[in-house]
Design a protein around this ligand. Structure first.
Ligand code: UVW
Length: 323
């Protein structure tokens, strides 16, 4: 649980000996650990399909009741710009043949729904993934944007670890943490072998609780999510296992403030910035988890591609899992 650390270290200090994949795929690389998801990885995903059951992992967008978002971001807003009312009041265009139609627009934070972060989304010490200058983010993400990830696509074998179930809970508590040992023990209890280059999904129950619980409590101040916590061993494990993607049903994929060192979101630095691990957040995992508990199958084919938003810091996605 959250404790107070008086002077949190700078990431340069905390992560001084942390592994990096900068340069591993060349000086121009912008997709990091996604390089691990090659043709073999796609075939491995295909081999994990047994029944053909499919699940989509995106949350609803622009829900009239509001979407779960990080403090300071706003839920997506959707507006009709033309619909039947325009034609009924004589304000719609006259279309040969008498057709009428509806159009709408959205105003959206690209991290305000189920999404992939670009590798240039978070950084420290003036450098983003692969050593590009943080100045490349000014005005538009010029390097390591979401575009090359969207062009590549994300296909491989996915696995789900149900951390909430491992703790015997429907949902982890605000600020509740788990680390590498918990992850491995939970997988073992599920009978799941996490393999090299698996797309790793972890369920906490947190996003599901937004829809089933008290929205004001979910967005309480200070906003503290449960989640994975930094340790050198965890980062080493991600590096050695060549994990290409971390996806969770939380907004930031990790505990909000690391109780051990007081820093905010250190895995965005150690995994995303340094190793080039793709982060996919705000996943809807409850239905998939329910099914995995029923049939005991915790691995599957995972397929997704974020939208091709030019220079985007991230982009919405609706991943599809096939079991
Ligand atoms: C933050 O940037 C806080 O989180 P995310 O990775 O969800 O965008």
């Amino acid at each position: 649980m959250t404790t107070t650390v008086n002077t949190p270290p700078q990431f340069t200090e905390l992560l001084a000996d942390s592994p990096r994949n900068w340069g591993k795929w060349g000086p121009e690389d912008e997709i990091g650990s996604l390089n691990y998801l090659d043709e073999q990885a796609a075939l491995k995903g295909k081999a994990a399909i047994r029944s053909g059951k499919s699940f989509t992992l995106g949350i609803p967008i622009a829900d009239p009741a509001g979407d779960p978002v990080w403090p300071g971001r706003r839920p997506t807003q959707r507006f009709n710009v033309i619909d039947r009312s325009h034609f009924a009041s004589g304000k719609g265009p006259a279309i040969p043949g008498g057709a009428e139609y509806a159009d709408d627009v959205v105003v959206m934070y690209l991290q305000g729904t189920t999404q992939f972060d670009a590798l240039g989304h978070a950084w420290h010490s003036d450098q983003i993934y692969n050593g590009y200058s943080a100045d490349s983010t000014i005005g538009a993400t010029e390097k390591a944007s979401i575009m090359p990830i969207a062009e590549h696509g994300v296909v491989g074998r996915g696995v789900l670890v149900d951390m909430a179930a491992y703790r015997g809970k429907a949902v982890l508590a605000p600020g509740e943490t788990f680390g590498l040992n918990d992850l491995l023990n939970a997988a073992e209890q599920q009978g799941l072998e996490i393999q090299k280059r698996d797309i790793l999904l972890i369920r906490t129950g947190w996003i599901g609780s937004y829809y089933t619980g008290d929205v004001e409590k979910f967005h309480a101040t200070p906003f503290i999510e449960p989640g994975l916590t930094y340790s050198p061993e965890l980062v080493q494990w991600f590096a050695e296992m060549e994990i290409p993607v971390l996806g969770t049903d939380t907004i930031a994929n990790e505990v909000t403030i690391d109780p051990n060192n007081g820093t905010s979101l250190p895995l965005h630095q150690a995994l995303m910035r340094n190793l080039g691990v793709l982060f996919s957040e705000i996943l809807s995992l409850d239905d998939l988890a329910h099914d995995c508990h029923e049939d005991g199958q915790w691995s599957f084919m995972y397929s997704a591609s974020p939208l091709k938003i030019h220079s985007g810091t991230g982009a919405p996605v609706n991943p599809v899992v096939i079991k």
